[in-house]
Ligand binder design. Sequence first.
Ligand code: BGC
Length: 740
Amino acid sequence: MHRRLASTLSVSLGAIALVLTAAAAQAKGSEAPLAAAEAKADKTLAQMTPAEKTVLTHGIMALPLGPTLPTLPEGAIWGAGFIHGIPRLGVPALTETDASLGVAYVMGMRKDGATGLPSGLSMASSWNPEALRKSGAMIGSEARAKGFNVLLAGGANLMRDPRAGRTFEYFSEDPLLTGDLVGAAIGGIQSNHIISTIKHFALNGQETGRKFVSSQISDPAARESDLLAFQIGIEKGQPLAVMCAYNKVNGASACDNDYLLNTVLKKDWGYKGFVMSDWGAVPSLETAIHGLDQQSGEQLDKQVWLDKPLAAAAAKDPAWAARLDDMNRRVLTSIYAAGLDANPAKPGGAIDFEADAKISGDIARQGIVLLRNEGGALPLAASAKRIAVIGGYANAGVLTGGGSSQVHGKDGPVVTIQSGEHTGFDALIAPTWQPSSPMQAIKALAPGATVTYRSGDVIADAVAQAKKANVAIVFAVKPSSEGFDQADLSLPYGQDELIAAVTAANPHTIVVLETGNPVAMPWLDKTAAVMEAWFPGARGGEAIADVLFGKVNPSGHLPITFPKSVDQLPRPVLDGYNEFEPNFAGDPPTPDARITADYNIEGSDVGYRWFARKGEAPLFPFGFGLSYTTFASTGLKTDGKTASFTLSNTGKVQGATVGQLYMVSQAGTPRQRLVGFQRVDLAPGASQKVSVTIDPRLLAEWKDGGWTIAAGDYTFALGSDAQHLGQPVKVHLSARSWKD
Ligand code: BGC
């Protein structure tokens, strides 16, 4: 059975009925249901000349990077990419921009500014698909107002390693959470008559050697983890494009991977949109036969394969001609389904930056995770007399992630650290700060206090300030960027020593982390409170201050496990890290260079599932997050298909919590999987009954090309996080199997 875009599908799985509604299955903002878009695509295809058939199949990177500088063609905008249209047939050009966190800054090539969302990790910590939808709608509207009609968003890779450079761009280590959140974000983006991608398909687990590392994984393990995240994301968000990844999967480049593109995506999942390559990820002409529909950023590849060589192959061979028609049909179907022709995006549209910044701030507030709060150290009293703010350029702004996803307002970053180590791409990867100063926001909320700032570069100076203050707030930062993995889990710039010294000087020390990855905290026990604010976006400073002073009750929950040390990970040494020089382009230094990332070690037990399997306690578990109030989750009832339970606010202040339902054993064998979640906002003393539908794929194993639920006892438990679980409820399920 193929799951189709824009169709109503009802599959009876024994007692389990899985229903995709028409509403969920249709891209939001589509001009026409997919079938109508396909019919229109066929009509256009019938009128195309052979030369026109290789117009939509390739395009340039519209940026001055790479071996040759492009001259921007008419209609192109400085941004990630440009695909010519076919004016004779009314087919619009594709104007492409990054990405998930807002319209990318592209090293200041455009001076029109954009609203930066918090990092993917931050937004995912909200566990709030609705907030993701709103944020997606916001960045999609900004893209459209700038004349872009394709947003290269939707990072859906699971975090298999907390050191991976793009962890900040992605959502989580769990397929259900990632799929639900990315789907909501894509739905929001596409509500603007623009196309969104979902990326990077698939198994992009590290940046080291990103074009020559091979993610080795068995089919069952992939289907139950990374591929499931994409599958759920595609079902929920109906992205009209898929971007294949740089890395190899089981030896074949993800963009040249017949199994991933033709078998999994197009055959098993019935995907009708098009597959575009990542920039510089196309090794050969055969990629077309292996399922690639469009070559992006073509000047980064050795050859523009999907232009003249493709036309020549199609002229000679009917199989290639049929494939070329299919490539065009897919791109056209997506263009028509999004209504790009009827609703052209034009540069110069109005943007309400204040309203958009508010949306960014709202999700940042929901994404801040309170990790420690000893003796009610937080919220801070507005009556504090002297506050020592230390480090992290908190006087200026908040840290952002580096690489293609970086977003800045029109005046650019307020702080830039030039490393100068990586020639060519410095401007793209340098750590930069957005102008939303936590210190200014703290001052605004504590008007009666003396608020001092020290950079923390001189530890003795920071200590002297901390000694004089009622409270010290250390802002600890750890930059991360696309293209580069982290060496380890420690904080850079001597910040571990700084925090240790400040906590020794003033026991009322709060640490605010701005990181794109989990970090180790050797000083944890000495602190009064710790909050993870991630890269919190255009209103990050205000969001942090609001949580510090209790204007907002923290409600974020970790979407990724914080290990105690790398020794707890499936791969204590990140593959290739010690052998190969960091390299943004990711090209192999010699033709025979190889890195193997053996994901069969953990298989589908990514993140918390691995910790459960090993019986190890992490530093902070997946799902963890404190609040200024207390909650209870009670009354779990489930038959294995749906579950209901009650969430109560048992404390004294309003707050939001996330009900988390885990399977803890599968047919009698211990195995942990998140099977449902729901965020609720509760007044003090209030309770709410919650119901969740359990996706049967989360209970199943992938066997013999399909899903199988083995007969047996399955236990479920509510958890305040993946490690702290309530009373288990046992359900007997009978055997059943089905195909996608
Ligand atoms: C990244 C993609 C991005 C593309 C275009 C690549 O380096 O991997 O995520 O969309 O560049 O900027």
